[in-house]
Design a protein around this ligand. Structure first.
Ligand SMILES: *Cc1c(COP(=O)(O)O)cnc(C)c1O
Length: 399
């Protein structure tokens, strides 16, 4: 492929289109300046408290505890939920690995539950089947029949901006006395039947990494309505200090705090989150409309019961109908300066988690083989999006 252009003036068509980059256009400069001017730059400060309160309020939760990143929030959520070494935690098979790593940090074992084929989220029917058929009660505890280990919690991961069908999971979790920790890191602002994700289970976790809907550079938050858990989370994220003067520590704590500078950025980002969501939904609508008549391409969907924030717009590529498989299309788009990405390797295939049990996984494997996430930054221009669409169209076949 050769495109000629004047030196120093890159052709429009050669402009690199990244997958998903931060959007900074609000009060970030002003708030960070305030931190620098007042010398409140580190791990306590008014912005930390404000960000915790505002984010919790945004999702309808009572308490928010800021953390250094989303993985740390998940780690702390597992600890306050009482998950212990050798316990088991059900988690989505198709996810970024962070929640699985968090489970491993506490010495517990993930059990990977396959996803459903429509919205690609943890399959509630498989959760119910696993708990009903593969587990049994022993001396008041739910144990996995195969491993003999205690099952303690479920981490549904709301991937790509779309919620998990959570009601059946909440019902069975209550029946089996399991804690539900939502990994809502990819879905801030998404709603499940009118309620915000992150505030549907017992604990919810968010991330403010650079590629997420809003960013603090790096950061995370745990939200809950449980005052005791919120207090314990704050305690554990701040080195478990029992006496601030004498430095007495009652247990092993962590330095998982978010700094005031980062929280300042978070406050500014949160002010515009609804605009960002609107932009994401508009991008998604446009992709879906523009790609729908391409043979072998299945656009991302939104369930009747869902309000998706379309954090990462993703489509499925059927190689037989489209002509290329997802990886070949990725390469072609790469050559055209367009960044795309497949979905994660399903967790049951993860070399780092070889010894862990999985409950099915064929849907996750199929999605992994066919899915491709397209550029969808909040600031994506109509021109850029058109270029992506044109490239995909010229590669594929029309219906
Ligand atoms: C981004 C992400 C996290 C947390 O990531 P951090 O980089 O630690 O903030 C957790 N789970 C999922 C599914 C994610 O995509």
């Amino acid at each position: 492929m050769t495109i000629s252009f004047e030196p120093g003036a890159p052709a429009e068509s050669d402009e690199f289109v990244p997958l998903c980059v931060p959007e900074v256009r609000g009060n970030e400069w002003a708030y960070i300046q305030e931190c620098l001017d007042t010398n409140w730059v580190s791990s306590v400060g008014a912005f930390v408290t404000r960000f915790e309160q505002e984010l919790a309020a945004y999702v309808g939760a009572q308490y928010g505890v800021a953390t250094v990143n989303g993985t740390a929030a998940l780690h702390i959520a597992l600890l306050v939920a009482g998950v212990e070494a050798d316990d088991e935690v059900l988690v989505s098979d198709l996810t970024f690995i962070a929640p699985v790593n968090a489970i491993r940090y506490v010495g517990a074992w993930p059990v990977f539950i396959d996803v459903e084929p429509h919205y690609w989220q943890m399959d509630p029917q498989k959760v119910c089947d696993f708990l009903t058929h593969e587990c049994h009660w022993q001396q008041g505890e739910l144990r996995n029949k195969r491993t003999g280990r205690r099952v303690r919690a479920i981490i549904p991961v709301h991937i790509l901006g779309h919620p998990v069908d959570l009601d059946p999971i909440l019902v069975i979790a209550q029946q089996y006395d399991l804690v539900v920790i939502e990994d809502a890191t990819e879905s801030l602002g998404a709603k499940y039947k009118e309620n915000s994700v992150g505030h549907l289970g017992h604990l919810g976790c968010f991330s403010f990494n650079g590629n997420k809907l809003i960013t603090t550079g790096g950061g995370g938050m745990l939200v809950t309505d449980n005052a005791t858990w919120a207090e314990k989370a704050k305690y554990l994220t701040t080195q478990a200090k029992d006496d601030p003067l004498e430095f007495i520590h009652g247990t092993v704590g962590f330095n998982y705090r978010l700094t005031n500078i980062q929280a300042a950025m978070g406050c500014a980002q949160l002010e515009l989150v609804d605009e960002y969501i609107q932009a994401k939904r508009q991008i998604a609508n446009h992709y879906t409309a523009a790609l729908t008549d391409i043979s072998g391409l299945v656009p991302m969907r939104e369930a009747d019961w869902a309000f998706s924030v379309f954090w990462l717009y993703t489509c499925l590529i059927d190689p037989d109908l489209y002509g290329d498989d997802s990886r070949r299309l990725l390469q072609k788009l790469q050559m055209a300066g367009i960044q795309t990405r497949p979905l994660w390797q399903p967790m049951h295939l993860s070399p780092a988690n070889k010894k862990c049990q999985s409950y099915y996984g064929d849907v996750a494997e199929k999605l992994n083989a066919t899915a491709l996430s397209l550029p969808c930054s909040v600031g994506l221009t109509a021109k850029q999006q058109q270029r992506v669409v044109d490239q995909i169209r010229s590669t594929g076949r029309s219906k």
